[in-house]
Design a protein around this ligand. Structure first.
Ligand code: MD5
Ligand code: FE
Length: 210
């Protein structure tokens, strides 16, 4: 389903087995080498979402190889199987067998939301690339607010992202404002391996070398 130019929602794209495997992988990354944490913001705030990164470590507002705001460790490498998953996601979303060609995501932010976690309106502009962002949801359903590229206010569209859903943000939608204003607790299927909460994986191309 096309939400805006370049923004495509594919409900139920991941199989239950794929969701289970992603939960296992994310659970391992959450333990280390850089443990999952509430990101501290430069002005003293703390995000309610917990995040662990692979490939590159995101900290507001840059990417580094080592998590100098957590424990100083180098983040886990971005696995080839996830590059392949990202390419398949673009093929599915854009219904074009060539859509994944040349797409090599090198970082993923893995966000965990408990029932009270929220993400305010923001743009993802710390990447030096306009390659698409691939977003995967597992667990509880959330309200996802998809805005415009001008400012954090209206017009925006609220939609629900449920377990297994794929969302691709490319083209003119890559730099749209967006938010997660609400998670609906208890809506996920425990068969994914996630007993509660929402897991979101976003693959990106940083545009950085080394
Ligand atoms: C989430 N995460 O559900 C979302 C999914 C984040 C974040 O927003 O920054 O970790 S990624 C949604 C996204 C990415 C890039 C562009 C747009 C949305 N967009 O243009 O709307 O945890
Ligand atoms: Fe974002």
């Amino acid at each position: 389903l096309r939400v805006a130019p370049g923004a495509v929602h594919v409900p139920g794209w991941l199989t239950l087995d794929e969701q289970r495997e992603l939960v296992v992988a994310c659970r391992a990354w959450a333990m280390g080498p850089v443990p999952i944490r509430h990101t501290r913001l430069p002005r003293g705030g703390v995000m309610s979402v917990r995040t662990v990164c692979i490939g590159w470590h995101w900290q507001p507002y840059r990417y580094t190889r080592t998590a100098d705001d957590v424990n100083g460790a180098r983040v886990a490498p971005f696995p080839d199987w996830m590059v392949e998953l990202g390419r398949r996601a673009l093929v599915a979303a854009y219904e074009d067998p060539a859509a994944g060609d040349g797409y090599t995501p090198d970082t993923a932010l893995i966000n965990f939301y408990d029932g009270d976690a929220r993400l305010g309106m923001h743009q993802d502009k710390d990447e030096r690339s306009d390659a698409p962002v691939v977003s995967l949801t597992i667990g509880d359903t959330c309200v996802f607010r998809f805005g415009n590229t001008e400012n954090r206010n209206r017009p925006y569209t609220d939609l629900e992202l449920a377990s297994g859903d794929l969302f691709v943000f490319g083209g003119p939608s890559r730099f749209a404002y967006h938010a997660v204003p609400k998670v609906h607790p208890g809506t996920g299927d425990p068969a994914t391996g996630l007993a509660s909460g929402r897991l979101n994986i976003t693959m990106r191309v940083t545009g950085l070398d080394d």
